[in-house]
Design a protein around this ligand. Structure first.
Ligand code: NAI
Ligand code: 15L
Length: 274
C-alpha cells in the first residue's frame, strides 16, 4: 500500500527496512524517516498504521520473486528481518539463509549499492567472557542462529568482492530499552546508539565490506572496534547507569554458571534446537 510520495531534500529517496514489525523495526521505523523521502516497511506479517512518507509490503524473505519485487526502486536496505533467536534449523534456513541469498540476488539485479545487515554477536558466542576479540577473530557461532548470521556475513563479503555491493555487518549485542541481566551489562546497545551505528554505516562514504560490533560505551568490553574506526561510530550511552541493578559484574564469571563463561550466554546453554 502506498502513501503519497514526497520529494523533499532528504539523503535517500527510498530506504527499505525489513523486519519492520519486530522489536527493533518498530523502534527504527520512526527514527529513520529523516533520512528518506519514503521508507518502505516490510515484514512477513503486516505493518500497520502507515503515516506520511511510509509504505508497506508484506514479504516472506524466503520467497525469491517477492523479494525481487520488494527491492524495486530502493536506494539502500536496512536488513533487520528474519529469525532473531535460536530455533530449529529449517525455519532459520528459510528466513536467514535462503532469505539472505534472495535479498542479495535482488540487490545485485537491481543495482542497489549498500546494505546495512543486522548480524549478531552470536557469530562469536563461543568465545569466553574473559576473551577480548575483534572483527578479524575467527568466527565461533553458538548455534544455528549464530551460524546463519555467519553465512550472512560471508555472503555479503562475497557480493562485495564479486560485485562491489557495500555492506556493513552490525554485530549487535543486546539492543533493548535496558540491560536485563549482568551479561547485558557488557552487550547492551541503547536504541540511541543503535541509531548512531546505523547512521555511521549508512552515511560513511566508503565502507566496502565492514564488520562492527554494536555495543554502547559499557564499562566491561569483550569486543574491540578499532578495525571499524573508519565508520566513526561513537556510542554516547553506557550500561553503567544500570550498575546498581546488576552488581555481579560479567567480567568475573562464575565457573559454575555456563551462561557467564561464554559470550553467547543463554544461547550457549540452550544448545541447538531439534
Ligand atoms: P524480532 O524477532 O523482533 O524481529 C524480526 C522480524 O523479522 C519479525 O518482525 C519477524 O516477523 C520478521 N521475520 C521473521 N521471519 C521472516 C521472514 N521469513 N520473512 C520476513 N520477515 C521475517 O527481532 P529484533 O530484536 O527486532 O531484531 C532485528 C534484527 O536484529 C534480527 O535480524 C536480529 O537477528 C538482529 N539482532 C537483534 C538483536 C537485539 O538485541 N534486538 C541483537 C543481535 C541481532
Ligand atoms: C540476539 O542476536 C537476539 O536477536 C536478541 O534477541 C538477543 O537475544 C541478543 O542477541 C542477546 O544476545 O542478548
Amino acid at each position: 500500500m502506498m502513501m503519497s510520495e514526497q520529494f523533499s531534500e532528504k539523503p535517500f529517496r527510498r530506504l527499505l527496512l525489513t523486519g519492520a514489525a519486530g522489536g527493533l523495526g518498530r523502534v527504527l521505523r520512526e527514527r529513520i524517516k529523516p533520512w528518506a523521502s519514503i521508507v518502505r516497511l516490510s515484514d512477513i506479517v503486516s505493518v500497520d498504521n502507515l503515516r506520511e512518507g511510509e509504505e508497506a509490503q508484506v514479504c516472506d524473505l524466503a520467497d525469491k520473486a517477492a523479494v525481487l519485487e520488494l527491492l524495486r526502486d530502493v536506494d539502500a536496505v536496512l536488513h533487520f528481518g528474519g529469525i532473531s533467536v535460536e530455533d530449529k534449523f529449517e525455519p532459520i534456513m528459510q528466513a536467514n539463509i535462503l532469505g539472505m541469498h534472495n535479498l542479495y540476488e535482488a540487490v545485485h539485479k537491481l543495482g542497489i549499492k549498500r546494505v546495512i545487515y543486522a548480524s549478531s554477536s552470536h557469530v562469536v558466542g563461543f568465545y569466553r567472557t574473559t576473551d577480548l576479540i575483534d572483527a578479524d577473530s575467527p568466527l565461533r557461532p553458538d548455534g544455528f542462529y549464530g551460524l546463519s548470521k555467519c553465512f550472512g556475513e560471508a555472503l555479503s563479503r562475497y557480493y562485495y568482492d564479486r560485485f562491489g555491493i557495500e555492506t556493513v555487518c552490525l554485530r549487535i549485542g543486546s539492543s533493548f530499552p535496558e540491560p536485563r541481566n549482568s551479561r547485558m551489562m557488557v552487550t547492551y546497545l541503547s536504541y540511541d546508539d543503535l541509531l548512531e551505528l546505523i547512521k555511521a554505516a549508512l552515511f560513511t562514504p566508503r565502507v566496502g565490506h565492514s564488520i562492527v560490533f554494536g555495543m554502547s560505551d559499557n564499562p566491561v568490553k569483550w569486543w574491540d572496534n578499532r578495525k571499524a574506526a573508519h565508520l566513526g561510530f561513537k556510542p554516547n550511552d553506557s550500561s553503567s547507569e544500570f550498575a546498581a541493578r546488576f552488581p555481579l559484574s560479567a567480567d568475573r564469571p562464575d565457573a559454575g554458571d555456563l551462561s557467564s563463561l561464554y559470550q553467547g550466554g543463554p544461547f550457549v546453554v540452550a544448545g541447538p534446537q531439534y
